[in-house]
Structure formats: structure tokens, C-alpha cells
Design a protein around this ligand. Structure first.
Ligand code: TYD
Length: 396
């Protein structure tokens, strides 16, 4: 087991389950404390309250990675890279969501694993082999029995959602071949701290990884990072390329030391940086509220763009309701006409002209700023303005 030596650093208040969009606004929605901790031994940053996976990842999970061109492109580029560099016989994706990555492969080349049944159904319909299950040792045993060992495992924005990391890597170890490669990508803790994007934290994001913590974690499982790429996705992510320590055929790239050095220089391995972060986040909260309230005084109409899990953290932490942000807008079918979890703000279906009725747009999906700005040229041309809290609350 992973030893806990947790030090508390930030309380983001009572938060509802981030993807639990409601048809009707429920005043008494169940909320959980969202508190952040740093483990001085494992260097992992995590939240304290662990919600059972079944409550979050079920047959009604709304999030679809195909909703943004940026993610689709990122997965397409990676697919090409995987084919060219590693050419695996069989690839297994842990957390295949609606198949945005695996649909770049032939049906006999990939297996998807997706516990959210509504999403697993999508890739099954596309005739991709999909296990509608949680990633755990039982499933790993089943997979090994059927497919023998696998030479490539991939997982994006999923492992940080699983509480028991020991089981995660034990299970990976069970199916990964001797010379196999594991690729994982998740939001980067360094980018989160630098950008004051405290909205990376919600009940699903149990951990926020750094190269430092991943390296420590992997050692216990005879695994090591051999390459790291910085990605722009999700506000700054790291893609870790991982192999067995015993596999000496693959060279370790300089990128690994470079990233770890960068993180240590910034102080990610020391508690003091998190205390600074806390001060910044408290400032960020009051500044954002100040900006929004000023605009409301001036009778400006504000809408949120991208009903993200991240925005749920912000709305609940900053106590923002529909008297400040009238609505959100989003393209995701299962979010439309629902309420932001914990808030009385209704999500409207995205239409081309929707922004016309508003003066200011709060960027809920600030991580897709470029994509959104491109799409909303008309609004910008007509004097429309955006509000973001990253890296500091401001109007752009
Ligand atoms: P994302 O930032 O990936 O989410 P989370 O914080 O939940 O992990 O989600 C982006 C959301 O924004 C998703 O619900 C789709 C929506 N979206 C739009 O509505 N329009 C757009 O142009 C883009 C890029 C995203």
C-alpha cells in the first residue's frame, strides 16, 4: 500500500459530484468536502474524500471527449505516433470514453475499457471490443486469460480518477508484456499550480500527478518513465511513456530528467509551494467575485461557456449563482437543459448565435480558449468580452 503522510493545504468547500447534472435544481443536492493534501513521502497531491466509483462513473456519465476538436486532434496525432513508433499488435485503452482515441485504430487492434455503461455502449455499437468494467485486478486477470499479454497500454485522464493506485499498477503489470509500453497522460500539477487552476480539483480528480510523484510511484512496480511530453490539452498535461525497469532496449530520454528538474526547481516536492498556492487561490476567488459583481452592477449579462467539471468547482467554491452568471452553454447532449451541479444555473444548448444575448462570457472551458475564440470570432468582433480566472481573474 501507499503510505500516507498527508498535509492539508486547501479547502475548496462543499462540492457536489462534478458530473452530476440535474434536470431540476435541487437545493439539497448531496455535497462533499473537497480538501487538498500533499503527501510529503510520495509527493502525491490528492483530495481526502474518496467517493465510491459507482456513484460517479455509472450508466449516466455525461462527459464525452469527442466534444472538442482539440481532443479529437490530440488523439489522432497520438494514434499515428503509436502506430509509427510502437506498432503494437494489440492496444488496450483504460477509460476509452466514447472511443475518440480507439476509433483511430482498426477493430482488431484495440480493446477499450470503460466503466460508464452509456459510453461503453457507444464503442460496442461501433463494433469495438469494449469491456464495460472498472480497471482492477479481476479485469486484468480476465484480459490476460483471453488476450495473453499486451504490448501497449494507454490511459488518458483516467488513472487520476481511481483511488487505489496500487491496484491500478498491479493490474497493469499483470497484462503488460516484458517489452511492453504504458502511456498515460493527465493534467500536470506544475501547470495547475503555475496557472492557479484550482478547478482541476473536483471529486473525480483524486490525484494530480507530477513527474516527481509518478516516478516514485512507478518504482514500486518495476516500472519507469522513459519519455515525457508536455501537452497543451486540459490546460497543460504530461504524457508519460513508461517501460519496465528491466527492459534495457529502450533508452531513457533527457526529457525525463528535464521535467523532474523543472518541477523540483519550482518546489513541487516541498510543502511550502502548496501553502503559497492556497494564498493565491483565496486571492483568485475574491478577485473573480469582484469582477463579476462589478459587471452585474453595470447591468451586464454574463454566460458561462463550457459546463465543465472545472466550472462546477469554481461556481461552488465562489458561490456563484444565476443572479451573477445567468446560464451556461455547452454542446454535450446530456448536459443541455440541466443545472450546473449544486447551482441554480441552467445549461443551454449551444447555438451559433447564443452569445448575442450576452455581454460577457465566463470561460468554463478555458483549456479550449483557442478553439472557442476561433469559433466565436463574430462575438469578439462585435465587442463581446471573455472572463477567465486563469492564471488570474481578468477580462479579455
Ligand atoms: P473539459 O474542459 O474537457 O472538461 P472537464 O472540466 O469537465 O474535464 O470539457 C469541455 C466542455 O466544454 C465539454 O462539456 C464540451 C464543452 N465545449 C463546448 O460546449 N463548446 C466548445 O467549443 C468546446 C471546445 C467545448
Amino acid at each position: 500500500t501507499i503510505q500516507l503522510m498527508n498535509k492539508f493545504f486547501l479547502n475548496l468547500g462543499k462540492q457536489p459530484l462534478a458530473n452530476n447534472y440535474q434536470k431540476k435544481f435541487l437545493k439539497k443536492q448531496v455535497k462533499y468536502n473537497l480538501k487538498l493534501y500533499f503527501n510529503s513521502k510520495t509527493k502525491l497531491v490528492s483530495i481526502s474524500k474518496r467517493i465510491p466509483s459507482e456513484k460517479m462513473f455509472n450508466n449516466k456519465y455525461p462527459y464525452k471527449s469527442s466534444m472538442s476538436v482539440t481532443m479529437k486532434n490530440s488523439f489522432k496525432i497520438l494514434s499515428k505516433e503509436i502506430k509509427n513508433k510502437f506498432n503494437p499488435n494489440l492496444l488496450l485503452e483504460i477509460g476509452s470514453n466514447d472511443g475518440t482515441l480507439i476509433s483511430n485504430f482498426k477493430r482488431n487492434q484495440v480493446i477499450g475499457i470503460e466503466p460508464c455503461k452509456n459510453l461503453a455502449q457507444i464503442t460496442k455499437k461501433m463494433k469495438y471490443q469494449t469491456y464495460a468494467s472498472y480497471w482492477n485486478f479481476n479485469l486484468a486477470k480476465k484480459i490476460k486469460k483471453k488476450h495473453k499479454q499486451l504490448d501497449l497500454l494507454y490511459s488518458a485522464n483516467t488513472l487520476t480518477h481511481i483511488s487505489d493506485l496500487s491496484d491500478v499498477f498491479k493490474s497493469i503489470n499483470h497484462v503488460l508484456s516484458k517489452n511492453g509500453v504504458l502511456i498515460i497522460e493527465d493534467p500536470s500539477l506544475l501547470e495547475c499550480i503555475k496557472k492557479n487552476s484550482y478547478d482541476q480539483f473536483y471529486n473525480e480528480h483524486i490525484y494530480l500527478f507530477s513527474a516527481i510523484s509518478v516516478e516514485i510511484l512507478l518504482k514500486k512496480f518495476d516500472l519507469q518513465i522513459f519519455d515525457i511530453k508536455n501537452l497543451k490539452t486540459h490546460g497543460g498535461s504530461l504524457r508519460y511513456y513508461i517501460k519496465r525497469i528491466s527492459n534495457e532496449n529502450i533508452k531513457i530520454s533527457k526529457s525525463v530528467k528535464k521535467q523532474i528538474h523543472k518541477e523540483k526547481k519550482f518546489g513541487l516536492d516541498k510543502f511550502s509551494i502548496y501553502k503559497k498556492f492556497t494564498i493565491n487561490i483565496k486571492k483568485s476567488k475574491s478577485k473573480l467575485i469582484k469582477i463579476l459583481k462589478r459587471l452585474i452592477k453595470q447591468k451586464k449579462r454574463i454566460i458561462g461557456y463550457g459546463a465543465t467539471a472545472k466550472a462546477v468547482t469554481i461556481m461552488n467554491y465562489c458561490n456563484i449563482d444565476s443572479n451573477i452568471i445567468r446560464n451556461f452553454t455547452d454542446t454535450t447532449p446530456d448536459k443541455i437543459n440541466n443545472y450546473m451541479p449544486g447551482r441554480n444555473i441552467k445549461i443551454l444548448k449551444y447555438k451559433k448565435d447564443i452569445l448575442k444575448k450576452y455581454d460577457y462570457v465566463f470561460l468554463g472551458a478555458w483549456n479550449f480558449k483557442d478553439e472557442i475564440f476561433k469559433k466565436e470570432r463574430e462575438f469578439i468582433k462585435n465587442g463581446g468580452k471573455f472572463i477567465t480566472h486563469v492564471p488570474k481573474p481578468k477580462i479579455i
